[in-house]
Design a binder for this molecule. Structure first.
Ligand code: ADP
Length: 592
């Protein structure tokens, strides 16, 4: 894919951000590189004068004062260049890289926080975010900053030195070009090949990261040990690593051979320059001083060119990563509506269809439904029928692809999400087991009441966790193994998640199968209790089990992204359709 930004635009952005993140270090770096760039040409000029003055002194035609003057200038400029280099090495070591990395990571976090949630379903955006993180953590933007200043320095140095040489004799110019041009051509060609190789290797390197990650994942390690496939995975990692290294090695060898060819031409060029300078000196076209200075300047010019082109060759790859970073920063942010609401009277979905990003199939097709205040609704359906997606529409987490969602007749996109969410509570399928205190695990959903012991104890009691407080000792007790606290059973964590959901003073609460891993009878028991506690709220319970359906005011049966039936348990049994079919298959699970 073509980059969005060209090299100049990327450089401008990198400079702006670096000078923003580290103004002093960044600016002193630039000053140092400018001086370093002009130093070789300046020293060639002074050197020639110094040599000539020394020669004249031996002939008795010049005075010692002139030598001292040129000598001091030469040593002085050398000292200034070194002092600046020293200062800039301190400022660079004092953190251009580290401080910029944390600055760029902060930019990624800030951006991530403002993205619409639907962006996290988009593989392209997730990949872009990954590459942006990679760019920040591998310090690529700081490298671009440093390399570009070095390239500019060396560029100034090469051009100014060639100009000085050209002033002595124009033939130095073609010899210079002949001896350094091959580096340029080779770097461009090999640089392109290297970038293409790296890009082609992305899948393999991602697989390496993935396999490596498995060896650091608790669940995977357990399974590996018991099932005995650890060695197989390790072998796959080794094979992939070897493939990647082999390809890089081949490219490296090719690169080294080309560089050897260039080095040979460089040496030939150097030899020619000495011959030319000798010829000019012998024929009296240049002085002895200029002869010596030319040879020294030519060599320094060649070295500068070599490193300049080597830095330049690695730029296309870095630029591609930087482009990803800046494209990530450009992503459209979440749009929040402006209208506040005063409670949730109803939620109406009209002809809502929804397809996930990068997917051609609709997860929801033409769904219309109204949820009234105070209703207890069960959304039932087999796995993959669209229940969770429907709940995301109701929660205004994702915008529908077609159709509309309204709360109290206000369009979902016009509503201020903070206002809406102040009335909603959710207990998701993959709820989090927080390694925090027992108090925080409950009251984190309504921080105003974090210190309200009576309210927290009531929530514990209501969600069947009264004995937990005695077990752990106090509300301030740490939970979870992570920090040496008490570990709870799966059921206890689930009840705690429900208690947290209920603790928030919400009007609408959505439970997305947080108890589905439990035995159907225990699940029903917990959910029955939940309905009792949530009696003043609108409650939406998503389930693939029929356990709770008899207690619901309404059951919405989903099939292949559509609502196929709706009604009470008794209505739907009469209908003899999908609900009856599910009921007949599951009914045995609920016999005591
Ligand atoms: P349920 O909650 O009933 O199990 P979901 O709403 O999770 O069903 O899924 C409905 C459909 O949407 C399924 O076909 C599923 O594969 C698809 N789906 C769910 N999440 C994503 C996603 N992030 N990206 C693409 N497709 C998805």
């Amino acid at each position: 894919m073509k980059n969005k930004y060209n090299a100049f635009q990327i450089l401008t952005k990198v400079y702006r951000h670096t000078l923003n993140a580290v103004p002093f270090s960044g600016a002193s770096g630039i000053l140092n590189y400018l001086v370093q760039g002009l130093f070789p040409a300046f020293s060639a000029l002074i050197q020639a004068r110094l040599f000539d003055a020394t020669y004249s002194l031996t002939q008795g035609t010049d005075t010692l004062t002139i030598i001292i003057l040129y000598g001091s200038l030469f040593v002085g400029s050398y000292a200034v260049a070194n002092i600046l280099q020293f200062i800039s090495s301190i400022t660079i070591n004092a953190g251009i890289y580290e401080r910029c990395t944390s600055y760029y990571n902060m930019k990624i976090s800030e951006k991530t926080a403002t993205l619409p949630l639907i962006a996290f379903e988009d593989v392209n955006i997730l990949n872009l975010q990954n590459r942006a993180k990679d760019c920040a953590n591998r310090e690529i933007l700081s490298q671009i900053y440093m390399s570009s200043t070095v390239i500019i320095t060396k560029g100034i140095s090469v051009i100014s030195t060639i100009s000085v040489l050209a002033a002595y004799n124009i033939w130095f110019v073609p010899i210079s070009i002949f001896s350094v041009l091959p580096y340029f051509i080779v770097r461009i060609l090999r640089g392109k090949e290297f970038y293409s190789l790296k890009k082609a290797q992305t899948k393999k390197t991602r697989r390496l990261d993935y396999l490596w990650g498995l060896f650091h994942n608790k669940q995977a390690i357990k399974e590996m040990r018991v099932m005995g496939f650890g060695e197989y995975l390790a072998q796959r990692w080794v094979e992939t690593r070897d493939e990647v290294n082999e390809e890089l090695w081949k490219q490296n060898i090719k690169d080294r051979k080309s560089m050897l060819f260039c080095d040979t031409l460089k040496i030939i060029g150097y030899g020619l320059s000495i011959l030319l300078a000798l010829f000019l000196a012998v024929n009296g076209h240049i002085s002895i001083g200029v002869f010596g200075a030319c040879i020294a300047a030519f060599k320094s010019m060649q070295e500068s060119t070599k490193s300049f082109l080597i830095d330049l060759g690695t730029m296309p790859e870095k630029m591609a990563f930087a482009n990803d970073f800046f494209e990530f920063l450009d992503l459209t942010e979440d749009q929040n509506g402006k209208r506040s609401i005063d409670g949730i009277k109803d939620c109406v979905l009209s002809n809502v269809s929804f397809a996930y990003p990068n997917s051609n199939d609709y997860a929801l097709k033409n769904v219309s439904l109204t949820i009234h205040k105070g209703e207890k609704v069960v959304i039932l359906g087999v796995n993959g029928s669209g229940k969770t997606t429907l709940s995301k529409m109701i929660l205004n987490l994702y915008p529908p692809s077609q159709g509309e969602v309204r709360y109290n007749s206000i369009l979902s996109s016009d509503i201020d999400k903070n206002s809406l969410y102040s009335y909603i509570s959710v207990v998701p399928q993959d709820f989090v087991t927080y390694s925090l205190t027992l108090r925080e695990n409950i009251a984190i959903s309504d921080l105003k009441h974090l210190q309200d012991d009576a309210l927290i104890k009531q929530a514990l009691k209501l969600s069947g966790l009264k004995s937990l407080l005695n077990e752990v000792g106090s509300l301030g007790e740490q939970l979870g193994r992570e920090f040496g606290g008490k570990e709870l059973s799966g059921g206890q964590w689930q009840k705690l998640a429900i208690a947290r959901g209920l603790f928030k003073k919400s009007e609408l609460i959505i439970l997305d199968e947080p108890t589905s891993a439990l035995d159907p009878l225990i699940e029903t028991e917990i959910l029955q209790k939940f309905i009792e506690i949530a009696k003043n709220k609108t409650a939406l319970i998503i389930s693939h089990r029929i356990g709770l359906c008899k207690l619901a005011d309404r059951i919405i049966v989903m099939k292949e992204g559509q609502i196929c039936e709706t009604g009470t348990h008794y209505d739907l049994m009469q209908k003899n359709g999908e609900y009856k079919r599910l009921y007949d298959t599951q009914e045995q699970w609920y016999r005591k």
